[in-house]
Design a protein around this ligand. Structure first.
Ligand SMILES: [Zn+2]
Length: 156
């Protein structure tokens, strides 16, 4: 599957990528360096595709380290990337989500990162997303339509 979401939606740098089974965004429009990271030039400066994407979605990277949770260096999916303290947050989030499963109302509460994941995912059907996050499909629709969580999605 081929997409050019960034270009179409946000006039970002023209990064094309294909989405793998693991939901990795493998960059197909730019070369990789000898270590396998995607090379980009932004405002005349050399950078990496995954760092560029991450900063576009989550803001400036404060840590020097930006890790791939998927171990795929070719991947530029921001939700597969974590930096220093952010990594701890994600870990917390995963643990919280796990403990939320099976609570009285069976509805997990969405975090900001969940909402971003949902908002930028134009591939997965809404009903599938609803099941994945254990929420009503209407919750997904409202996020996509900008009815809810606008303070989060308007930054994207
Ligand atoms: Zn990935």
């Amino acid at each position: 599957m081929w997409r050019n979401w960034l270009d179409a939606k946000n006039n970002y740098m023209k990064l094309k990528y294909r989405i793998t089974e693991n939901e990795c965004w493998e960059c197909t429009s730019h070369c990789t360096n000898s270590e396998g990271y995607v090379k980009v030039t932004h405002n005349g400066k050399q950078s990496y595709g995954h760092r560029y994407m991450y900063e576009k979605i989550y803001g400036k990277i404060s840590s020097e380290v930006l890790r791939h949770t998927c171990d795929n260096r070719w991947c530029i999916n921001p939700s597969h990337l974590i930096e220093g303290t952010h990594a701890d947050n994600v870990k917390d989030r995963v643990e919280r989500k796990r403990s939320a499963v099976g609570t009285a109302n069976g509805r997990a509460k969405l975090s900001e990162l969940d909402v971003i994941d949902i908002f930028i995912d134009n591939i997965t059907p809404k009903n599938t997303l609803a099941k994945r996050y254990n929420v009503d499909p209407k919750v997904i629709r409202d996020i996509k339509n900008g009815k809810t969580w606008i303070t989060v999605t308007s930054k994207i």
